[in-house]
Design a protein around this ligand. Structure first.
Ligand SMILES: *Cc1c(COP(=O)(O)O)cnc(C)c1O
Length: 475
């Protein structure tokens, strides 16, 4: 390729001597210390010699091979993939935060502790709790922290309670966290309306039960309307009620777990407060509790003393550290930015829109995929694949060909769910999809439904348009 002539601006800089000054400046810097001989490379690395355009095209292509909220609808039920506002990224890139070093003296991180203290307070306000620790790295990690807090509470009372109850609709992390925290887990059945079977729950509430873990609305997208009775029964037994906050985005600003009777909550900031899901990278799952449990929260937490936010390590009853250094500052900063941007009214509106969008989709899709529980849903809805010739599983795979992320599949061979549910999918449009986008999704669902009627072989072979197609298993 012929060399292009320098742009006028660069030529001017050269004329002014500016560019050569820069190089002269660099030359004056002290040479870095030599790399010791043992650490020097002895062979060439064999890296390809490629141009910038090739590299940019390569990574742009790779980035488009995986599906994300930035390139299409993501109606994944339960594990909401919200949009990630770009302004949050600008916040997280502020040099004062981005350049802070984990080994830096905590006293020099005033801004981080200030942001943490305010974020803790906002999480307490939204959840109706009294104290919060931001350290856990994900929802599941928050569950572990919350359950260790519960264990510490009963240990202090010298009350041996080795059992934790979870409903059969619980996310798999609930029983996993309970056993990691040293509890035995028992499963509470759901009733025909998809709610906790309260008669069964009462029978299972024996004096050795430490806690009942519940998410509300449930992973079936249904509000647990007997929650006050449930909380009363749990508390009358001397047990605690744990709130799995994964579905908090259906309730923000409308009703608070603390007011429903929950004692401990975790919040998945990537599901509720618009932080990235992380792709296996750093996340955050703050844990918050009622005042009577505050002393056991993990350390450190931020406190305000004489008006100054600071780190508090002096907490003798704390369960200890859940995370090295200060937790995931850049993630928590994004959650902070989101909460400040939305404000109380904005959060409520986000929840209302999430519920409205889910009900709109539930209604529009009902002729093809009737809801398993025929009632208004909250932020997500469970749709039955009973009318399909293929299956919900194949239906979801075909959606991939049209650029829609497959919803969470429920039923045989998929996620474990209550009862004899055979083939269903959980759909959660989120509050950020417009009506036009929802209508587009309905249109695509209709197209796949027609294919399911007319060309089942096509639907069975999906996805056909992706780099990674089906893995065909030999029988
Ligand atoms: C996602 C989810 C979890 C686990 O949260 P992570 O942040 O993925 O660890 C727990 N419970 C429910 C209901 C969930 O949807």
């Amino acid at each position: 390729m012929a060399a292009t002539s320098p742009s006028p601006m660069i030529t001017d800089l050269h004329r002014a001597g500016a560019a050569s000054d820069v190089f002269a400046g660099a030359a004056r810097l002290a040479a870095p210390p030599a790399i010791p001989a043992f650490a020097r490379r002895r062979m060439t690395t064999g890296l390809p010699e490629v141009s910038e355009v090739d590299v940019v095209r390569h990574f742009t292509r790779l980035s488009q091979e995986s599906h994300g909220v930035d390139n299409g609808p993501y109606p994944l039920g339960s594990c909401t993939m919200k949009y990630n506002p770009k302004r949050n990224d600008a916040l997280a890139a502020l040099p004062g935060f981005a350049h802070a070093h984990p080994m830096q003296d905590a006293d020099t991180l005033g801004g981080v502790w200030e942001m943490y203290e305010r974020l803790q307070a906002m999480i307490c306000e939204v959840t109706g709790m009294d104290a919060c620790c931001l350290a856990p790295a994900a929802g599941a990690h928050g569950e572990l922290a919350g359950l260790l807090v519960i264990r510490a509470h009963f240990a202090k009372l010298d009350d041996r309670r080795p059992i934790v109850l979870v409903p059969d609709s619980a996310h798999g992390t609930n029983p996993a966290s309970a056993s990691m925290a040293g509890f035995d887990c028992r499963i509470v059945p759901s009733d025909l309306k998809g709610r906790v079977d309260i008669v069964a729950l009462r029978e299972m509430l024996t004096p050795d039960v430490a806690a009942f873990m519940l998410t509300n609305p449930s992973t079936l997208g249904l509000f647990e309307d007997q929650i006050v009775e449930i909380a009363d029964a749990v508390h009358a037994n001397g047990s605690l009620l744990y709130y799995d906050g994964a579905n908090l985005n259906a309730l923000m600003g409308i009703v608070r777990p603390g007011d429903m009777g929950f004692d401990v909550v975790h919040v998945n900031v990537h599901k509720t407060f618009s932080t990235p899901h992380g792709g296996g990278g750093p996340g955050a799952g703050p844990v918050a509790v009622k005042a009577s449990l505050a002393a056991y929260l993990p350390s450190p937490v931020a406190i305000r003393r004489n008006g100054v936010a600071q780190r508090d390590d002096d907490r003798p009853l704390s369960i200890g550290r859940m995370k090295s250094f200060h937790g995931h500052v850049a993630v928590l900063l994004r959650a902070y930015g989101y909460l400040r941007t939305m404000g109380a009214a904005g959060l409520r509106q986000a929840s209302e829109n999430a519920v409205l969008n889910a009900n709109y989709l539930q209604h529009q899709l009902a002729p093809m995929l009737p809801p398993v529980y025929d009632q208004f849903c909250k932020h997500e809805t469970l749709l039955s694949g009973e009318k399909l010739n293929t299956s919900a599983r194949q239906f979801a795979k075909r959606l991939i060909d049209y650029g829609i992320h497959p919803p969470t599949l429920v039923g045989a061979g998929c996620v474990y769910f209550p009862g004899d549910l055979k083939s269903a999918m959980l759909i959660e449009p989120t509050e950020t999809e417009t009506k036009a986008s929802l209508d587009y999704q309905v249109e695509i669902f209709q197209r796949v439904f027609n294919e399911d009627t007319n060309d089942q072989a096509l639907v069975e072979s999906a996805p056909v348009s992706r780099k990674t197609a089906r893995i065909v298993l030999d029988n």
